[in-house]
Ligand binder design. Structure first.
Ligand code: AMP
Length: 268
């Protein structure tokens, strides 16, 4: 619903075809695709676990917090998500100005055509408009040359302080797992001491270990640390359809016993 290239229903059908029996849908900062995905899951025999990926930050660095089983009607969480989505929309004009100055003009209308029904305007939509305009080959090139943090067309946006994000997810009955914490050379954002404090002070539930942004050594180190800290070690494909290469459905999975523990931790 946010920035994948399949609809929630298509995604669930592809999960069934890939032989998965449980799949989580975790769109960025929106729950909008979940009802459709769950209904399709019931039709094709896939258990759809309700999720969402909340935009958080720690000392200015972006951190993605996976919220599993959080109640969409929780007013504190829903209110913050409205603010985050407002920040996504609010930075668009600034990014487009920078892109124009860099000689790669795309209009807001071009981007909104890519956004479609998504309530969550993201850089991948800007990247898709850049591809259509012939400025870049794919999303990867758009991020590498222009949109990534530190890139020439990057504009920061509002995100929730990580500690507060974890508390909000818990307050909404959900389980909080940090997505790809050490991906893309970001170990310094969440070193072991910080993860230890997040467990001690905010009861962080887990870290995503098996993810394409983690190499074999990173996975081994993170898995050992997770065991030490009592964190659930999850895995996911982070599938975005055509939006991300090498993230095929089921390329990483969460062990059944870890999934069972996740379900046990839902604060109903
Ligand atoms: P945003 O939601 O605007 O902060 O953009 C984050 C989204 O961009 C996430 O879905 C990321 O997976 C995606 N993203 C980040 N870097 C890249 C990249 N190099 N290629 C494709 N997608 C990316």
């Amino acid at each position: 619903m946010s920035d994948g290239t399949d609809t929630p229903e298509e995604l669930v059908r592809k999960a069934a075809a890939a032989g998965l029996d449980v799949v989580a849908l975790t769109d960025h900062d929106t729950f909008d695709g979940l009802d459709a995905a769950v209904a399709e899951g019931e039709r094709v025999g896939v258990h759809v676990f309700r999720g969402m990926e909340l935009s958080c930050s720690r000392r200015g660095d972006s951190v993605h917090l996976l919220a599993y089983g959080a109640n969409p009607s929780n007013t504190d969480l829903a209110g913050e998500m409205v603010r985050v989505r407002g920040g996504r929309m609010g930075r668009l004009a600034g990014v487009l100005t920078k892109l124009a100055e860099l000689g790669v003009p795309v209009s807001e209308a071009d981007v909104m055509a890519e956004v479609g029904d998504s309530p969550s305007v993201g850089r991948p939509h800007i990247a898709d408009a850049m591809i259509k305009a012939g400025h870049v080959r794919d999303r990867e090139e758009a991020f590498e040359r222009f949109l990534a943090e530190g890139g020439p067309a990057h504009v920061p946006r509002y995100a929730i302080e990580l500690e507060r994000g974890i508390d909000l997810v818990h307050g909404a009955g959900g389980v909080a797992v940090i997505g790809h914490p050490w991906g893309r050379g970001r170990e310094h954002v969440l070193p072991p001491a910080v993860l230890r404090t997040l467990v001690a002070d905010h009861a962080l539930d887990g870290v995503e270990v098996d993810h394409q942004d983690h190499d074999t050594e990173t996975r081994a180190q993170l898995r050992t640390l997770a065991a030490e800290l009592g964190l659930l070690a999850t895995g996911s494909s982070d599938y975005h359809g055509m939006g991300k290469l090498d993230h095929d459905l089921g390329c990483n999975t969460t062990a059944p016993e870890v999934f069972d523990e996740l379900v046990q931790r839902l604060r109903r």
